[in-house]
Structure formats: structure tokens, C-alpha cells
Design a protein around this ligand. Structure first.
Ligand SMILES: Cc1cc2nc3c(=O)[nH]c(=O)nc-3n(C[C@H](O)[C@H](O)[C@H](O)COP(=O)(O)OP(=O)(O)OC[C@H]3O[C@@H](n4cnc5c(N)ncnc54)[C@H](O)[C@@H]3O)c2cc1C
Ligand code: SF4
Length: 712
């Protein structure tokens, strides 16, 4: 202490010292029960000093030429990079922090803000353990501190809720470094990533950027404060676009309100952070309340279909049976009408097999392993995905938007088709955030929304279609006081856990269609394995392992294959609520025992497949991220896993929250997908699913939307 305290106080930022002084003073004043006047008089000096220190922090920010991070966050990012990266790294810690500052600006509102705030908390994490702030520790001590926290969390030696905070912050130290480092062109090239524009062998195939014409009103095009239509659709993704198309086809005038921007394919770039910021908005990194589940959702005209992989599956028959079971979920869906909807949507968005699309190295390894183990025949199924992708050129960038018009997202297909065929009947307004559904008794009368320039717009309509996606649709219904207490309950996810496999030779997984093949075991095993590859920065953020182990695996990026295990989570304790303070949905998730055992089971099978294909090492997506060097070690994978918190979980497929069920106590929507207790509020998106479906959901979302729109 004699060493730490003087060093710490000398280098503490004034803001911290002031906060501490203010805290001590307030506690003393409370204990002494001072009268208000004395309170105010005595509070003035610390408050003034707080103001001065904030000004000083602003000045330091200008002096450091920071664009997004605070000086405190910047120093913490340098401190993290100093210990996360080995000396062989091609950027200095300060360069990493500066790059992170730029990336946060691009990611802005959502993830950028979370990282910037998280870094400040990370700085002070050691104080809980009686240690000085992170950046004031010597690098060796800092490294030791992070390693010990990491170990304690992995061994469950820390109690909740502290465990979740330490787990999140130690991860942030790595993620901040990784984002700063692998988004810079120098490490990208040094680690073997070749940008698509530089891949000579693909160039002759390039069709050039393309996109179908689509008229979208920006806020500046909307001068009225009220507009009218037969139907107002909230959200322009998979569910919203299909409903708009079907209802316009039936002769109704439709206004589609989309919270995100209209980003034309011609403006897409390979800058991962910039595209995440533009196409995902704040939804790029939504974290559950305990920071342990990351949920991804697109937020732009076309919704998540603009950033998804186009993979299409029909709703598995056993899932529909379970949904329709009168003694169970009792959805009451008409199976033959629904089958017609699937067929109609498949035709509309041009679903086809991707067996002729450019396959990437990871998919080839998956195929080799599957064949070596004889898993390409019953009861297993190995095949190329069906997807709404035509003439893919194999850039491998599906999740940051297809610049070549190959992926038939809603932006490229259904919305332009609707305007081409039904003209003025389909009006799309971008950057229009639906705040509340207005209603009188059982009937909704329209929607109030806020445009991105701050003005309000009211759309009055006979019919309201809620299609803001899982999480956001429930939050909207809650804000509007519609749907009762079941709204937001029974949220489920297709949980995704990647497994990385290192091979001796370069396989360049980044080159080719991101997702092309899948291995489907019998349904009772409850998971599916999907080929998967990512450009370098996204790959680095999901790769397991720590410190130089992570760096060394990234050095061999071209020889690493990945595939994902996807598990549909069980219905249970997961919920979403609108948070008026954060002004976004707050959600909670707990993996059940069954979810965890399926994740372990799926990872083991995938590991066997990769070893059979010749992998020399596997890196599982567990928090510990310890590599597995042989099939024997793989068999013991489950030993270190106590519960879902030991995996690094994410989901791009949130489902439910407004489940369809004929019984009101079981769900929010009736069998026509109309909100119970209303006449004209219908939900046409992934939130209507009564349970998770394990396979990729977009086709089911679209078919359910088509089905519901046909009944309106
Ligand atoms: C990275 C990624 C990859 C994926 N890959 C696949 C895949 O290959 N195959 C597959 O089947 N599925 C995939 N999915 C999932 C699939 O895209 C979604 O399940 C599907 O798009 C859900 O449709 P939706 O209509 O419910 O919501 P979305 O398509 O997400 O659309 C919702 C829209 O509503 C908007 N919105 C939200 N709140 C408001 C508001 N208050 N006011 C106005 N607008 C609002 C959002 O901005 C968004 O644009 C992927 C998803 C992601 C994120
Ligand atoms: S890999 Fe994806 S983004 Fe690239 S052309 Fe094919 S579909 Fe489009």
C-alpha cells in the first residue's frame, strides 16, 4: 500500500479524485443528517471541482486528438493492448488504442458507446480487489491480475453478481484490443487476410455493384406531421417486407416505417466496423442483462436480411406439430395454408441450392470430415444450403452486406418488387422509429414515430402490423400497453457456438460464400452444424483463447477453419422488457441444462469431424478457450463446463416474446397472429414463434408473415 497509494494518487485523473471526495463528503453528510442549506453550501466546492475536472478531461481529449474515447478510456485501451498483445504485434499499444478510437466512432451509438463506457469501468475493476487502477499497474502485474481474474471466473471461484462483471470486463480487455488491432490494414495484411478487391482470381467474375431501384423517403422528404394509409407496417425486415408486399398485392395502401437508414449496396465497403455501424445500428452488439449473451440484429431498410447469410430452411415438421399440439403450445396454425405460404415465399425470393456457389476452405474441410466419418448419409444429412442467393461471387462478406446484389435480401428483392408491381401503394420511410401504437378500445388507430431529425410523425391506419423483430416488437407492444402480461415472455434463441480448427495448410476460409453447407443430425439431438467463415476482425472477436495464444492462432488465420453449432434454446426464464431509462429493450437469458448438454454434444461432434479432416488443434468457444490437441481431449470437453456461462454465447436468431397460441394464458397472438384483445394489431416477425426452431428462421418468419397477411 505504501508503494501503491502515492503512485496512484499522483497519476489519478482529477475526475476520479473529485468523485471520491464527493462520495466521502455525501456519506459524511448523510451520517451527520445535515440540513439542506448546509448540504448545498458544503456541496458547492466538490461540485465546482467536478466541473473543473470534467473541463480538464475535455481538454486532454482535444490534446490527445481523440475522436470517441475519453482520455481515461484511451489509457485503459493502451494498458489492455500492452498485455493482450505480444511484442511481435505489428502495432504499438498506443496505435491499437488509436485505431479502437476510430472504430468506436464508426460503431457509434450502440457497441461504440458500450466499449467506451466499459473501458472506464475496466480501469477501476482492480479497485474492488484493493489494487490500483489497471493502467497504473506495471505491465507484468496487470497481466497477472487479468490472468488471475480470468482463472477465478473460469473456475467459478467468484460469486455472482461480481463474477458476471469480472467476466465481462476481462473479455472487454481482449475485445477492445482485438477490435483496435485487426481492423487496421497493417495487421490484416500481416496475418494473411486478402481484401476481396485484391483477390485477383475472383476479379474476372465480378458483375460490379448492383441494386434494384427502391424509393425510400428520408425524414427530409416527409413534411407532413400526419399521414394516412390502409396499413402501417413497423419494420422492413423479413416479416415486415413480406407483409407489406402481400397486403399491397391485395390492393391496400401501405406505409412501412423503418428505424434504420437506407443504405444502398453501391456504398458498401469492406470496412467491417463502418458497415456494422451502418447496417446494424445499435443492434450490432446487444448484450443480455448479465452481459453473457450477445444478440445481433440488422437495423436498416431490409432489416436483418441485409446482413444475414440468406440460408433458408422450411419449418421442421416436428416443430410445427409441437406448436400445434392442443395440449401444449396450441398455436392453431393451419398446416396446409402455411405450406402454401412457404412455397409462395420461396418463389418470391428465389431460394435455390448453393451447391454451385464458391465454397470456402472451411466448408471443404467440413465436407472432408463428414465424408471420412460417414456422416453424409442417414440418419444424418449433409448438404449445401438452400439460400436466396443468386450468382454469388464468393467475397465472403455477407454479414456486412452484399455489394453484388447476389443475396436477395428484402432490400434487393421483396421491397423493390412491391414498388415495381404495386407502385405508390408501398411507401417506405427510413429513420422513423415507432414509439407507440395508438388505440381506442380494441382497435389500433395508428402509430406515433420519431424521425431521425427529431420531428414526430403520426401514421393513421386501419391495420397495424408489428414487425420490428424479436426483442423490439415486444418492447413496442409493452410501451403501447398492448397484449397483456405475456408480452416479452418465453423469448428463445438459436444459440451459436463456433469451433475453430487449425490445419497444416492454408485454406483461406475468408474466400468464398460465408455459409454454404450443413450437417444435420437426427432431430432429437437438438442441434445443427453449419459451415461458417468470417473476415479477419469478426473472426478475431469470436476466436477463443487469451493473450499470446489468441495472437498465435490469429497468426495462422489462413489455416484456420470454423463452423458453428446451433442449438435452439428451451422455453423458460428468458424475457425482454422495454427499459424507459436505456430507451432500448433489456433482456435476460439463462441456458438450461438441456441447452448446455446440446452445446457440448454438438461441439464434440463437430470436433470429431474436424479431427477426421486432419485438424491438428481445435479452439472451442468456451470462456477459457483452452485448445484441444487430440480427440481424447475432445471427449473431456464437457468436464470444464458447469453451465451456460462457461460458453461464449451469441445469437443472430432471437425468436419469441409474442408467442402465437389460441389460449391467451399461453401467448400473445391468436391463431391469425392478431394480438389477443385487439381487432387489428398483428405481429408478423420472429417474435411470434412459440418456441425456437433450431434451424435458421428467416424463411419461417417470411412464411408466417405471408400466412398472417393472407388472413387480414
Ligand atoms: C448476422 C445475421 C445472420 C443471419 N443469417 C441468417 C440466415 O442465414 N438464415 C436465416 O434464416 N436467418 C438468418 N438470420 C436471422 C434472420 O435474418 C432473422 O431471423 C429475420 O430477419 C427476422 O425477421 P424479422 O422481421 O423478425 O426482423 P428483422 O429482419 O430484424 O427486421 C426488423 C426491422 O425492424 C426495425 N425496427 C425495430 N424497431 C423498430 C421501431 N421501433 N420502429 C421502426 N422500425 C423498427 C429494425 O431496424 C429492423 O430493420 C441472421 C441474422 C443476422 C443478424
Ligand atoms: S459471399 Fe455473400 S456477400 Fe459475397 S457475393 Fe456471395 S452472397 Fe454476396
Amino acid at each position: 500500500l505504501r508503494k501503491i497509494v502515492p503512485a496512484a494518487t499522483r497519476r489519478l485523473p482529477p475526475s476520479f479524485a473529485t468523485f471520491a471526495a464527493l462520495g466521502v463528503w455525501c456519506s459524511a453528510a448523510l451520517v451527520a443528517r445535515l440540513p439542506l442549506a448546509l448540504w448545498l453550501a458544503a456541496a458547492a466546492p466538490p461540485l465546482a471541482s467536478l466541473g473543473l475536472s470534467m473541463r480538464a478531461e475535455r481538454r486532454r481529449r482535444v490534446a490527445l486528438n481523440l475522436r470517441y474515447l475519453s482520455p481515461t478510456g484511451f489509457r485503459t485501451a493502451i494498458a489492455a493492448a500492452e498485455v493482450m498483445l505480444p511484442p511481435a504485434a505489428v502495432l504499438t499499444p498506443e496505435e491499437v488504442a488509436r485505431s479502437l478510437d476510430n472504430q468506436c466512432l464508426k460503431l457509434a451509438k450502440g457497441p461504440g458507446k458500450d466499449i467506451a463506457q466499459g473501458l472506464i469501468t475496466l480501469r477501476f475493476l482492480p479497485l474492488i480487489r484493493g489494487r490500483p487502477p489497471l493502467d497504473l499497474m506495471a505491465p507484468d502485474t496487470r497481466r497477472q491480475f487479468l490472468e488471475r481474474r480470468l482463472q477465478a471466473v473460469a473456475d467459478h471461484r467468484v460469486r455472482e453478481p461480481l463474477r458476471r462483471v469480472e467476466q465481462a470486463l476481462v473479455r472487454l480487455a481482449r475485445q477492445a484490443t482485438v477490435i483496435g488491432y485487426y481492423t487496421d490494414p497493417r495487421p490484416r495484411a500481416a496475418h494473411g487476410y486478402v481484401a476481396f478487391r485484391d483477390r485477383a482470381h475472383r476479379q474476372p467474375e465480378l458483375p460490379g455493384s448492383s441494386s434494384r431501384p427502391l424509393a425510400v423517403d428520408q425524414p427530409e422528404h416527409v413534411s407532413a406531421t400526419r399521414i394516412e394509409a390502409d396499413v402501417v407496417v413497423i419494420g422492413s425486415g423479413a416479416g415486415g417486407a413480406i407483409a407489406a408486399h402481400r397486403l399491397a398485392e391485395a390492393g391496400r395502401s401501405v406505409v412501412v416505417l423503418e428505424r434504420g437508414p437506407h443504405v444502398r449496396a453501391q456504398s458498401y465497403t469492406e470496412d467491417e466496423a463502418a458497415m456494422l455501424g451502418r447496417l446494424f445500428g445499435p443492434g450490432a452488439r446487444q448484450l443480455s442483462r448479465d452481459f453473457r449473451l450477445q444478440v445481433l440484429q440488422g437495423s436498416c431498410v431490409g432489416g436483418s436480411t441485409v446482413v444475414n447469410n440468406g440460408v433458408c430452411f422450411d419449418l421442421p415438421e416436428h416443430v410445427l406439430r409441437e406448436w400445434n399440439d392442443p395440449a401444449g403450445l396450441d398455436a392453431g396454425l393451419d398446416a396446409s395454408l402455411l405450406a402454401e405460404s412457404f412455397e409462395r415465399v420461396r418463389r418470391l425470393i428465389g431460394v435455390r441450392s448453393q451447391d454451385a456457389s464458391p465454397q470456402n476452405g472451411a466448408a471443404r474441410k467440413l465436407e472432408e470430415g463428414v465424408q471420412a466419418l460417414g456422416l453424409d448419409r442417414g440418419p444424418y444429412r449433409f448438404d449445401a444450403f438452400d439460400a436466396n442467393i443468386v450468382d454469388c461471387v464468393g467475397c465472403g462478406l455477407c454479414n456486412i452486406g452484399c455489394a453484388f446484389g447476389a443475396k436477395q435480401s428484402m432490400l434487393e428483392s421483396v421491397l423493390p418488387f412491391a414498388q415495381r408491381h404495386f407502385g405508390d401503394r408501398v411507401r417506405i420511410i427510413a429513420e422513423a422509429d415507432a414509439l407507440r401504437i395508438r388505440r381506442r378500445g380494441r382497435r389500433a388507430t395508428g402509430v406515433d414515430c420519431r424521425l431521425s431529425d427529431g420531428r414526430r410523425l403520426r401514421v393513421t391506419a386501419e391495420t397495424v402490423i408489428v414487425a420490428a423483430g424479436a426483442l423490439h416488437s415486444s418492447a413496442l407492444l409493452q410501451r403501447s400497453g398492448i397484449g397483456g402480461r405475456s408480452v416479452g415472455r418465453n423469448l428463445t434463441y438459436n444459440l451459436a457456438v463456433p469451433l475453430m480448427a487449425e490445419f497444416d495448410e492454408d485454406i483461406n476460409s475468408f474466400d468464398g460464400l460465408q455459409m454454404s453447407h450443413y450437417l444435420q443430425p437426427p432431430p432429437e439431438r437438438g442441434f445443427i452444424i453449419e459451415s461458417w467463415a468470417q473476415p479477419i476482425a469478426a473472426h478475431a472477436t469470436v476466436l477463443g483463447g487469451w493473450f499470446e495464444q489468441h495472437f498465435e492462432t490469429m497468426r495462422r488465420y489462413p489455416s484456420v477453419a470454423a463452423a458453428g453449432v446451433v442449438v435452439g434454446s428451451e422455453r423458460g426464464g428468458s424475457w425482454v422488457r422495454h427499459s424507459p431509462v436505456a430507451r432500448r429493450p433489456t433482456f435476460a437469458f439463462n441456458a438450461t441444462r438441456r441447452d448446455v448438454s446440446r452445446l457440448v454434444d454438438g461441439t464434440k461432434l463437430l470436433g470429431e469431424v474436424f479431427f477426421a479432416a486432419g485438424a491438428k488443434r481445435l479452439i472451442p468457444s468456451t470462456y477459457r478457450g483452452r485448445p484441444l490437441d487430440s480427440p481424447d481431449e475432445l471427449a473431456r470437453l464437457g468436464d470444464g463446463i458447469r453451465d451456460g456461462t462457461d460458453f461464449v454465447l451469441s445469437s443472430s436468431h432471437p425468436q419469441g416474446g409474442n408467442a402465437v397460441s389460441r389460449r391467451r394464458e399461453n401467448g400473445v397472438l391468436d391463431e391469425r397472429l392478431t394480438v389477443h384483445g385487439t381487432d387489428n394489431v398483428h405481429v408478423c416477425d420472429a417474435s411470434s414463434f412459440p418456441s425456437s426452431i433450431t434451424v435458421n428462421p428467416q424463411l419461417t418468419v417470411m412464411a408466417m408473415s405471408d400466412y398472417a397477411a393472407g388472413l387480414i
